[in-house]
Write a protein that binds this ligand. Sequence first.
Ligand SMILES: NC(=O)c1ccc[n+]([C@@H]2O[C@H](COP(=O)([O-])OP(=O)(O)OC[C@H]3O[C@@H](n4cnc5c(N)ncnc54)[C@H](O)[C@@H]3O)[C@@H](O)[C@H]2O)c1
Ligand SMILES: O=P(O)(O)OC[C@H](O)CO
Length: 326
Amino acid sequence: MGSGSWGTAVGKVLADGGNDVVMWARREQVAEEIRSRHTNDRYLPEVPLPEQMSGTSDPAEALEGASHVVLGVPAQSLGENMRTWASLLPKGAGYISLAKGVETASLRRASQIIAEDGAVDPSRIGVLSGPNLAKEIAEGQFAATVIASENAQLAEELQGIFATSYLRPYTNNDVVGCEIAGASKNVIALVCGMAAGLGMGYNTSATLITRGLAEITRLGIALGAEQATFSGLAGIGDLVATCSSSLSRNRRFGEQLGMGRTMDEAQEATNGQVAEGVKSCTSIRALSQEAGVEMPLTEAAHLVCHEGIPVSQLVQALMGRTKKSE
Ligand SMILES: NC(=O)c1ccc[n+]([C@@H]2O[C@H](COP(=O)([O-])OP(=O)(O)OC[C@H]3O[C@@H](n4cnc5c(N)ncnc54)[C@H](O)[C@@H]3O)[C@@H](O)[C@H]2O)c1
Ligand SMILES: O=P(O)(O)OC[C@H](O)CO
């Protein structure tokens, strides 16, 4: 459900693994292109899609009889979509969230939204998160990922379905940790992009990744996650991939801001695709304030994206913080 870059790449993974896949796209033009030409040029240019991937813009058609429902819409619209689709959702199916974001209005993680707004039993929900840039996965480059669920049996079932010759899923029972890591790394990638836009190099990037991991881990633990998740694929793995790659929309968005461009100009540079960190920096900041956890880099991203503070001012603020032990 969702035929953007990641939804389509994951559809391809599933089809390559021998599963029958029906993609739901919001726009009929995209559905028709997937169905007839086996491409999705706007989101995954130059990637041929398997023949057994079909497309529809009718959610009822996509959901009817599905054994597994993969949710690939952005975090901020997931709730509205789940409420619209609630009566169509197949009972007993497995539900898998791809979203890496936290809803700004409610501060809910995607698995909470799916359970509450879609009336889905939490034991039927899994989340997929890891160092998985859509273009590289769609090209069949080797990578691993994490499938987390409170239901170990479902996690193993999903592990089997998502495994292909080029994608290796690991199971995990820490849903909170995987979701917080996935949403928060986008915010740190924005900040890494800002630094790159200012002309900073590897020392700065490594500093931001390391201190970013420290603040993400602090938040996760305060919310009940396990520390080990943050040193795994969904934690440091995804943080490194997103903060280092020019394919990351979040990093690219931040880079534009670092170069002095406006929010609108930065949005254009990501080709209209979602940079989840832009909204999630506000919700993650709010979660951190509720939990009493300090997240200076998240605070910085929020100040630039939502309070009009220029990136150059942040450097002084971050470097001038009280001295501490690591
Ligand atoms: N692209 C990646 O490399 C990647 C990898 C892992 C996880 N993710 C996560 O997957 C999620 C989806 O990202 P994406 O990369 O596919 O984004 P995208 O911007 O490429 O596509 C988003 C899709 O959602 C649709 N959409 C937007 N607003 C909608 C609404 N209100 N209702 C219904 N559909 C709507 C768009 O039409 C589009 O098809 C995000 O949370 C992202 O962080 C992305
Ligand atoms: O392009 P981004 O910044 O949304 O990041 C993509 C993936 O989440 C990387 O794992």
